[in-house]
Design a protein around this ligand. Structure first.
Ligand code: KIV
Length: 253
């Protein structure tokens, strides 16, 4: 495992993307990415659920197995889905299942409220990535995907969350849709790297859902993403060309 704290100290940015299958994992790994996350965002961009709250442990384990076959050098982290880490005991048991299928680390959503779970995982020697700010697994209670850290109490709670996960042994912390100034303040306050998503340029690294980056889920793109490719358009173009050629009686190649 790379020393991510050292990277932070050196000011070297950390790169992370999601993968849910073997070919994507292998392509990302070959591209030199530092961290590959089997995110529970797979519920939306791969399985077609409305949000991540329906993703099951079995689904996550199945996709983590596939991704593990394609990763040789990046750190492979898997998301623990909702209701699989309600207690410290359950969190550790879930984390171990991910390690058994090839994950090298795990992530769960929550800060100070989840210190017992995080300590159980890190105490067992399993690398842990924290996730604070906007928590997609809480989208139903929150009533949407809202920017975090606008008010003073919210900002103070997020700083406390960041300190708590660092103390509990996390090797990094994802900051999701946290206002830029606060993300910068958190980054300067803690010793572990912050990995931002929609949280501005001052984080120690950046993570994105790969489908957003490559334009493979064209029905919804978060405001903070500028797709670097239009893969959905390419698929539509190739499929339509195949349909036309086949109907015209032409050869497939
Ligand atoms: O599920 C996911 O893909 C994530 C990242 C967007 C951070 O948690």
């Amino acid at each position: 495992m790379k020393d991510f704290r050292e990277m932070k100290k050196r000011g070297e940015k950390i790169t992370a993307l999601t993968a849910y299958d073997y070919p994507t994992a292998r392509l990302l790994d070959e591209s030199g990415i530092d961290i590959i996350l089997v995110g529970d965002s797979l519920g939306m961009v791969v399985l077609g659920y409305e949000d991540t709250t329906r993703v099951t442990l079995e689904e996550m384990l199945h996709h983590t197995r596939a991704v593990a076959r394609g990763v040789k050098r990046a750190l492979l982290v898997a998301d623990m889905p909702i209701r699989t880490y309600d207690t410290a005991e359950q969190a550790l048991a879930t984390a171990k299942q991910f390690v058994d299928v090839g994950a090298q680390g795990v992530k769960l959503e929550g800060g100070a409220s989840h210190v017992a779970q995080i300590e159980a995982i890190t105490g067992a020697g399993i690398p842990f990535m924290a996730h604070i700010g906007m928590l997609p697994q809480s989208v139903r209670e929150e009533g949407g995907y809202k920017v975090k850290g606008r008010t003073r109490p919210e900002a103070e709670a997020l700083i406390a969350d960041a300190r708590a996960v660092e103390k509990a042994g996390a090797f990094s912390v994802v900051l999701e849709i946290v206002i830029g100034d606060l993300a910068k303040q958190i980054t300067n306050t803690i010793g572990i790297p912050t990995i931002g998503i929609g949280s501005g340029e001052h984080c120690d690294g950046q993570i994105l859902v790969t489908h957003d980056l490559i334009g493979l889920f064209p029905w919804f793109t978060p405001k903070f993403v500028s797709p670097a490719a239009r893969v959905a358009d390419e698929i539509r173009r190739a499929a339509a060309a195949f349909v036309d050629r086949t109907r015209a009686g032409g050869a497939v190649v």
